[in-house]
Ligand binder design. Structure first.
Ligand SMILES: NC(=O)c1ccc[n+]([C@@H]2O[C@H](COP(=O)([O-])OP(=O)(O)OC[C@H]3O[C@@H](n4cnc5c(N)ncnc54)[C@H](OP(=O)(O)O)[C@@H]3O)[C@@H](O)[C@H]2O)c1
Length: 343
């Protein structure tokens, strides 16, 4: 294990970046605060006296090199990732350090896997993509539920959010993705992502108590569909989101998340249930916790610690479920950040 405890955080002053900075400090790391706006970085340093700030722009590779100099890894929290992933992965390759991000934009997710799969391997670095609530948690749960199965007939993911007060970053990322797919919806069927139009189907999903039976919107395809389909064999991935969260997200005047205590976490609660089916046999993995943005921090920092400790043995671009022992990883977040149930 390295004695270097410096980790560059790009997008450090964003809503999610701030949770990541706090989680790194809580675990004894020294974040290098980076992002494109020097004034916002200075305001963040005022909250974390003694930390180094390094402004950098994705259009200026030399500034990114300066931001990453001396760091043991970089965590990219600045989205839309369609703009930031590639320049930051390039910078991580030049610095020869691992790259982790929290991207949740289907098209940008696919691009990162395709663009850097070979190049990251050749450069000898680990790229852990979509290491966040969307993209990371569902993938870990699906991998844990498979528990040795080599394929499933169907994987379903149900997101039970009691509300979803989105950040600006979420809304902008959603717009970028929507534009890239001409307003169509993504669905995963017959082993691949396809695009469709028309209203999304609605239905009900019975979550464990206390959430219970909830109206849900179907074909709510998130980054987990990309990450799961990278390494688990299945022809069908179905995704469902609580209708109440969809209403919040599509509200013409969306409310931003509000901290409910000094941890900065909001009161939002989540349950993510993944069901894998093979023939008549079904297995479920369920995780519940609080605040999807806040939860992303322990998830990505846990991944960082494992990568730096050498747990990922080969170079390349990985998803959470591919890179780690999913059950062990999930267990390490429980009970502090997650309640877990496997059936
Ligand atoms: N997968 C998940 O579950 C998950 C969880 C959390 C967050 N995310 C994603 O992470 C991103 C950030 O979310 P957030 O909640 O932190 O939103 P946020 O509070 O709005 O922060 C967005 C951050 O990205 C930076 N940024 C935007 N465009 C940039 C560019 N072209 N170059 C450099 N920096 C840029 C912003 O800097 P400025 O203020 O200077 O514009 C800010 O630091 C979003 O894309 C969101 O979808 C995903």
């Amino acid at each position: 294990m390295t004695s270097n405890k410096s980790v560059a955080v790009y997008g450090a002053y964003g809503h999610t970046g701030r949770f990541v900075v706090s989680e790194l400090r809580r675990r004894g790391w020294t974040p290098i605060l980076s992002g494109r706006d020097p004034k916002k970085l200075e305001a963040l340093v005022a909250e974390h006296p003694g930390l180094t700030l390094r402004p950098a722009s994705v259009d200026d590779p030399a500034s990114l090199d300066r931001a990453l100099a001396g760091a043991v890894a970089v965590i990219n929290c600045a989205g839309p990732f369609a703009s930031t992933s590639a320049p930051l992965v390039e910078a991580a390759m030049r610095a020869h350090i691992p790259y982790l991000d929290v991207a949740a934009e289907l098209e940008a997710n696919i691009d990162t896997f395709n663009l850097f799969k070979d190049r990251a391997r050749e450069a000898g670095i680990v790229v852990l993509h979509a290491m966040a609530f969307y993209g990371g948690l569902g993938d870990l749960l699906a991998t844990a539920a498979m528990d040795g199965w080599t394929s499933a007939d169907e994987i379903s993911i149900a997101y039970g959010l009691d509300s979803w007060k989105p950040t600006t970053g979420t809304l902008v990322a959603g717009q970028v993705s929507k534009q890239r797919r001409d307003g169509r919806r993504a669905v995963f069927a017959d082993g691949k992502i396809a695009y469709t139009t028309g209203a999304a189907p609605s239905g009900e999903w019975t979550f464990p108590a206390p959430l219970g039976k909830q109206p849900v919107v179907g074909e709510f395809t998130m980054a987990d569909t990309v990450t799961i389909s990278r390494h688990l064999k299945t022809p069908e991935i179905r995704s469902y989101m609580t209708a109440t969260a969809v209403r919040d997200l599509t509200d013409p005047n969306p409310q931003a998340p509000v901290a409910s205590d000094e941890s900065g976490l909001s009161q939002q609660t989540f349950v993510v249930e993944v069901l894998v089916r093979r023939g008549a046999e079904e297995r479920r993995a369920t995780a519940s916790g609080r605040d999807i943005y806040g939860f992303t921090a322990p998830l990505v920092v846990e991944a960082l610690e494992r990568v730096v400790a050498g747990e990922v043995k080969t170079a390349g671009v990985f998803t959470a479920g591919e890179a780690f022992d999913a059950r062990n990883f999930l267990a390490s977040l429980s009970p502090a950040h997650l309640s877990l149930e496997m059936r």
